[in-house]
Design a binder for this molecule. Structure first.
Ligand code: SF4
Ligand code: SF4
Length: 438
């Protein structure tokens, strides 16, 4: 009998606010200009293959992976490269070398790549190379190059491929829409990934607040051997990798460890869809579904947007931002990044853009030792200690409190009555510890 999902400790229940959960995917027209950062993934920046003045086509590779852990970048419209220069990035919060393409209005596609109609007849290395060539990264926001995640160490058995369809962040519904409308393609993508990593079984994990997606996936999974759908309770951060593994399999990834150590590999449902598009349709990753939401946008929805589309164009396509707009967030409200301007591009990991009419006050108070943050931490850390040490810049001491294990889920900050920027404190500590070790 199938094991009932066991859940994970901690977590919170923020208001869901998924106001776009019934909206269909609408493709936005190609924008007049795109900005494509050479870093849209974890690891090294991609290496530029074009120069200012070059004519490019939609789907053409404009940058190669810059190392083993890196990803290619492709033009998302046809036109001319008008600049290669630093540009504001939605999650790195500093300017990143980017390729600017002005549209020629034709939206002409580059010749499509090889299609792997019968993928099982190709070697796993060839399929991995095709995934790398298509520039696919984890599309849940982590942006880890997918072909690297599809390369578990030799001799390591993978019992579970888990497809993450939890989408536990408030507001976000892009994955939900994709699972409702492109479930067949997601399952095909899952089968390709499963073949590459030689997984024993595949589980698509979905939170129970997505009934139509669950029904669609279950119907399709019924006749698929070794593929099932796990319905999980609504709890944030259910979609975090380690928490998801615990919920689906009961296995615990050790501190500092990786999922393959417990026989698991996790990919987002949108990543599986991108793998299907790349290998079955020869289409590299140059567009994605983005939840455009919040109380300060006139027409919220699930929009298929070209990578590189500026948030200002997204707002215009969604019928404009309201006058009440005070805050723009890339991603969800728990783990997303507040933006200083609208001239910021959608990148491969942009699952949502929120236009909000209010912003949490920046003032914070001393810790009152209520321990609320400790009770909700899904990694069983002591966020209060990490916050106080980070605030005092005692970064070395945060190592003893396992700062590196923090998944930056924001649950601690969410419940803190003193409004302490706990995650910001921890990020500073992690960045210090990381630079010290490298
Ligand atoms: S300390 Fe890190 S893992 Fe724990 S609740 Fe805070 S952000 Fe999440
Ligand atoms: S929730 Fe805030 S005030 Fe309470 S212990 Fe944690 S850091 Fe301190």
């Amino acid at each position: 009998m199938k094991k009932k999902p066991s859940g994970f400790s901690g977590g919170v229940h923020p208001p869901e606010r998924k106001i776009t959960s019934e909206e269909k995917i609408i493709a936005l027209p190609a924008p007049p200009k795109v900005v494509l950062p050479l870093i849209q993934h974890l690891g090294c920046a991609a290496k530029l293959k074009v120069a200012v003045g070059d004519v490019v086509f939609r789907g053409q590779k404009i940058a190669e992976p810059g190392g083993n852990v890196s990803a290619a970048v492709h033009a998302s419209i046809s036109g001319k490269v008008s600049a290669v220069a630093p540009w504001a990035h939605p999650s790195l919060l500093k300017p990143v070398e980017s390729v600017v393409i002005e549209s020629d209005g034709k939206d002409e596609a580059a010749p499509f790549k090889a299609i792997f109609s019968d993928y099982a007849r190709h070697t796993r290395d060839d399929l991995r190379a095709a995934v790398a060539d298509a520039g696919i990264v984890g599309m849940g926001g982590a942006c880890f190059p997918s072909h690297v995640k599809m390369s578990p160490p030799k001799g390591k058995d993978i019992d579970y491929l888990i497809l993450n369809g939890c989408e536990c962040e408030p507001y976000l519904t892009a994955d939900d829409a994709l699972m409702r409308e492109r479930a067949k393609e997601i399952i095909e993508g899952a089968k390709i990934i499963s073949h590459i990593i030689d997984a024993y079984q595949t589980v698509i994990a979905v939170e129970e607040n997505k009934p139509r997606a669950i029904e669609t996936l279950k119907k399709l999974a019924f006749n698929e051997p070794n593929l099932s759908v796990a319905v999980l309770p609504v709890k944030y951060p259910q979609g975090a990798e380690k928490q998801l593994i615990a919920a689906v399999t009961g296995r615990v990834v050790p501190s500092g460890g990786l999922p393959f150590q417990v026989g698991c590999v996790v990919h987002n449902v949108a990543t599986a869809y991108a793998v299907f598009e790349a290998l079955k349709k020869g289409k590299p990753l140059y567009e994605r579904v983005v939840s455009v939401s919040g109380d300060a946008v006139k027409k919220p929805g699930n929009y298929l947007a070209r990578v590189g589309t500026l948030f200002s164009d997204i707002a215009a396509a969604a019928d404009g931002a309201e006058e009440s707009l005070v805050k723009v967030v890339a991603g969800g409200p728990m783990m997303g990044f507040a933006q200083g301007a609208l001239e910021v591009p959608v990148v491969k990991g942009t699952s949502g853009v929120l236009f909000l009419s209010s912003s949490r006050s920046g003032d914070f108070k001393p810790c009152i030792r209520c321990a609320k943050c400790v009770m909700v931490c899904p990694m069983n850390l002591l966020p209060n200690m990490l916050s106080v040490l980070g605030e005092k810049e005692l970064y070395d001491d945060t190592d003893r409190y396992y700062a590196a294990d923090c998944i930056e889920c924001g649950s601690c900050s969410f419940v803190c009555p003193s409004n302490r920027p706990i995650v910001a404190h921890i990020k500073l500590s992690k960045s210090y510890l990381c630079s010290k070790k490298s």
